[in-house]
Design a protein around this ligand. Structure first.
Ligand SMILES: [Zn+2]
Length: 236
């Protein structure tokens, strides 16, 4: 026994084994240690209220730790498969920030106005839907285009919708203000109007026009000018 310990004992401090036992309390609370070690701790606890309190405080934690499978501690916890959906649902539930909502409402109003204007024009003149080039929607089938008018250049893709073939026509050189009609030819020889559009001169024109002819019944299409002349044609 060294001087310091002797001095501590001399001031009425607890058993000099206290510090050593104190460090063993966690092991003891977890139920570990040899029989001798556990017996020594129990003997100390009988006379040390501080250590008894420490063991009492550790016991709930020790009980929870007992449920932990040590073989799994180092494993990466698997990400629950529904976590991504749950996070998205949480974000959706919180809703957009007010500023976003207001901006979205303004945008929706503008879009509705633009759509109404285009719809009225399309209804009044039977014109085709003139759209900016965008990402392709659905399977596009590029088709060859034969141009009969040297001023016109054009390419076309068709989209086989369930309600009929859509012709996406891109080109330039259609006489400004002149009405052009698209006619889809069926394999049995019939021709079905697929829409119409106004020429815009030398500027680029991208025009989507739908017909009621299913892809398997469509043999090709023609674009006719105001006088009925074929300015371009395509055979699928
Ligand atoms: Zn103690």
């Amino acid at each position: 026994m060294n001087e310091q310990t002797a001095g501590a004992a001399g001031r009425g401090a607890p058993d000099p084994a206290h510090r050593a036992v104190r460090e063993q309390l966690g092991v003891y609370a977890l139920g570990h240690g040899t029989d001798d070690e556990r017996a020594a701790v129990r003997a100390h606890l009988d006379g040390c209220a501080g250590c008894r309190a420490e063991v009492a405080a550790l016991s709930p934690l020790a009980a929870r730790l007992a449920d932990v499978d040590p073989d799994r501690i180092d494993e990466d916890p698997p990400v629950p498969p529904e976590l991504g959906a749950a996070v998205l649902a949480r974000i959706a539930a919180q809703g957009p920030r007010p500023v976003d909502l207001a901006e979205r409402r303004r945008r929706r109003t503008r879009l509705a106005g633009a759509a109404a204007a285009v719809g009225i024009a399309a209804a009044a003149f039977g014109v085709g839907w003139i759209a900016r080039p965008g990402p392709p929607q659905g399977p596009l089938e590029q088709v060859a285009v034969q141009v009969a008018d040297d001023d016109i250049s054009a390419t076309a893709d068709i989209v086989p919708h369930t309600w009929g073939v859509e012709v996406k026509l891109s080109g330039a050189g259609f006489t400004a203000g002149e009405v052009y009609r698209l006619v889809v030819e069926e394999t049995d020889g019939d021709a079905v109007t697929g829409g119409a559009f106004l020429g815009v001169g030398p500027g680029q024109l991208d025009c989507n026009m739908s017909s009621s002819v299913l892809r398997q019944d469509a043999a090709g299409f023609q674009v006719l000018d105001a006088s009925g002349e074929v300015v371009l044609s395509s055979v699928f």
